[in-house]
Each structure stands twice: as structure tokens, then as C-alpha cells.
Design a protein around this ligand. Structure first.
Ligand code: PEP
Ligand code: MN
Length: 372
């Protein structure tokens, strides 16, 4: 059960204290307090965990400070959609809105390599009106002998270049808690020229200790990639780990499943799950066509299979696209063969816009489906 407190509740007020004292006396019930700090006010929600079946929602609603009560009927307590649950399906970070009702493109390098390539990428994005990108500094690789990413050494110049070209959010994978500290330090050192969305990769979806650490900070939003060999429910529970620790600014990423049933694609594309994740949770849903498809094969209609998969995800209602580009794929240190080329960027963005228009038209036609 979730108690949503009225927006004028003060955490140092007498009524609030009275409420907490009352809750502390309820048998077999534990409380967990979530505070959402906004620009104007701090919203407080109290999660009641344990034997809540015996509690009457009406009685709880009459307690001091309580505005609304949501009875949690299923898993994903914080991030899930529940009956009569009017909690938001969006959040804002560094001036960019992430919601189930909009779409952001994160085109960029799989792995940061040279300042020249990073700058060419950022400039192309700026020239095409983009404010988000992907840039991997810490790369989890299958082989210990493969390039592992430049790590913290590249962060200052990557952030400065992002600031120079008006990039507001960089999706960047972290595989260890020290990476979060390094990112925070580099942003501070360079005067916060940009923002970072921390990415948890598919190999770490169930790294629960990493999830807890990343969930405990509320400074950076998180993109959690679906685990490539676990159920959707298990991956959604992994997202819930982040939220249960305090960070609910989470985007859920579909990136294909590891099975040879997907051959000749790198992974079996799972974008039919976009509407499923939107139905079960309040998270915006990201698709990663590059790591799903993994090749630059072109269909007989002349359209790259990566474009096709992207448009399939967008017409299904995706809210974010993470996609590999590279100015010189032959020189890329990671995933060159699946990278799109700089001169394909405007085409890609136009195809995405067409697919988004088609989705919005369909949602309006069928009615209500686009409410988000
Ligand atoms: C990536 O996006 O760079 C990546 C490694 O993706 P995934 O974790 O989905 O394999
Ligand atoms: Mn990659």
C-alpha cells in the first residue's frame, strides 16, 4: 500500500510526526519513505510493506497528511501501474523530458575512442537538432583482451565536447560503483556542461549490489537494459530494485534476447514487448536496434534492417532509441560493423519521425492508447 501525502506536507511538521508515530504502531507493517525533490516542493510517499491486507484504505486516507492511498495489487510496487494509480509516467532530467508519451533519440558512439570522432558525432547531432547521445567509456567485453573503454580518462573531454554542442544527456554504461563517482567528479570538475543517464548493461541487469548503489543516488537517471537471458518479469524486478532504493527515474531498455532463434540477427528482436512494458509499468521504454540486430544488412526495399527494427519499435510506442553511429566504423574500437554512418543520421531521424507519426495516428484512431 502506498500513502501519497499532500504536497504541502512538511517533513519537520507536527502532523507528519503524528502520522509516522501512528504507522510505527501498526503490527507487522514496515514503512519506507520516498521523497521526490522537485524544484518547488518535495513530494513524500510512504510505502507500507508487510501485512497490509488488514488495513482499510479509507482509514489510512483519514490519517493526517495523507491525500491518497494506492493499494498495490502486484509486483513492481514503485514502478508498476496499479489500479486507480495516477502517479506520473514521466520525469525530467537536465531540461529533457522522459515519458511514456514522448520520444528521445540517443544516437552516438558505442565506445568513446578519439576526440575527433566524438566531436564529429556531437556536431552532427547538434546540426540535426539533437540534445542526447550515447558514449561508452566503460565497456564490458566478452574477451578480457578486447578494448575495455577509456574509462575515467576520457570523461572531462567528452563532457566538455557535449557542452560545446549543446548535448544535455549522455547515456553512459557503468559496471562498478566507482564509475558513478568518477562521472560525478568529472562533471563537477568541468562545470557540469552536460548530464549523464547511467546505463546498466544487459550483463549487469541482475547485479543487485550495483543496482542498489545506483538506486540510492537520485542525481542521475538510469537506463536499465533487459537481461538477455532472463524473463521479462525478472528484468522488471531488477528495475524495481533501483526504484525501491530511491531512484525512480528509470527507463527500461529492450535490446534483444540471446538465442540462436534470432539468427542471423545478433539477438532476437523483442520490440513487441514495448506496449507490454508500458502496460505493466510507468517507465518510458527504450529500444536498442543496434545491439538487437547487430548487422548492416539491407532489405530488398533498400532499408537497413537496423532501420526496420527501429521503426517497428517506434510504431509500437517506444519512448527512447539508443543507436550506434560512427564517423569511421572501420576504425571503431567496439561494434564498428553495426554502426550507422554520419550521412545516414538525417535519414534515420526522418524514418523515426514518420514511424512516430504513424504511432500517434494509430493511437488516436483506436482511442486512448496514447494517453501514456
Ligand atoms: C551497449 O549499449 O553498449 C551495450 C553493451 O549494450 P548491452 O548491455 O545491451 O549489450
Ligand atoms: Mn556495443
Amino acid at each position: 500500500m502506498i500513502l501519497i501525502l499532500s504536497s504541502d506536507t512538511r517533513s519537520d511538521g507536527a502532523e507528519y510526526r503524528q502520522l509516522l508515530d501512528h504507522l510505527a504502531q501498526l503490527p507487522k507493517i514496515k514503512t519506507r519513505i520516498h521523497q521526490e525533490k522537485g524544484a518547488q516542493q518535495t513530494l513524500i510517499e510512504i510505502y507500507l510493506i508487510g501485512d497490509t491486507a488488514s488495513l482499510s484504505p479509507d482509514a489510512m486516507e483519514s490519517l493526517p497528511c495523507v491525500e491518497r492511498v494506492v493499494r498495490v495489487s502486484q509486483e513492481y510496487r514503485v514502478l508498476g501501474r496499479h489500479k486507480d494509480d495516477e502517479r506520473p509516467t514521466h520525469f525530467e532530467y537536465n531540461g529533457v523530458r522522459f515519458g511514456q508519451d514522448n520520444l528521445n533519440v540517443f544516437a552516438g558512439l558505442c565506445a568513446v575512442d578519439t576526440p575527433e570522432h566524438v566531436e564529429a558525432m556531437m556536431k552532427a547531432l547538434r546540426d540535426h537538432g539533437q540534445v542526447c547521445t550515447r558514449m561508452g567509456a566503460y565497456k564490458p567485453r566478452t574477451s578480457p583482451y578486447a578494448f575495455q573503454g577509456h574509462g575515467k580518462a576520457c570523461l572531462p573531454w567528452v563532457f566538455e565536447l557535449a557542452g560545446k554542442y549543446g548535448i544535455k544527456v549522455i547515456a553512459m554504461e557503468v559496471t562498478h560503483e566507482s564509475h558513478v563517482d568518477e562521472i560525478r567528479a568529472a562533471l563537477n570538475e568541468t562545470g557540469n556542461p552536460t548530464g549523464v543517464m547511467l546505463q546498466i548493461g544487459t550483463r549487469n541487469t541482475q547485479n543487485f549490489e550495483l543496482l542498489k548503489i545506483v538506486g540510492r543516488q537520485q542525481e542521475f537517471p538510469v537506463l536499465l537494459k533487459r537481461g538477455f537471458g532472463i524473463t521479462l518479469d525478472e528484468s522488471l524486478n531488477a528495475a524495481e530494485y533501483l526504484a525501491s532504493e530511491g531512484n525512480r527515474n528509470v527507463v527500461f531498455g529492450l535490446r534483444g534476447m540471446k538465442t540462436n532463434m534470432g539468427d542471423p540477427h545478433r539477438n532476437l528482436v523483442d520490440f513487441a514487448h514495448v506496449p507490454v512494458v508500458r502496460r505493466l509499468t510507468r517507465m518510458p521504454v527504450c529500444i536498442d536496434p543496434s545491439h538487437s540486430v547487430g548487422t548492416r544488412n539491407r532489405a530488398p526495399d533498400g532499408i537497413l534492417e537496423i532501420f526496420h527494427a527501429t521503426m517497428q519499435g517506434v510504431i509500437a510506442g517506444a519512448n527512447m532509441i539508443l543507436v550506434d553511429f560512427h564517423p569511421a566504423p572501420a576504425k571503431a574500437l567496439v561494434d564498428g560493423p553495426q554502426a550507422l554512418l554520419m550521412d545516414e543520421l538525417p535519414l534515420f531521424l526522418e524514418c523515426v519521425a514518420n514511424a512516430r507519426d504513424a504511432y500517434e495516428k494509430n493511437a488516436r484512431l483506436v482511442g486512448g492508447a496514447g494517453r501514456g
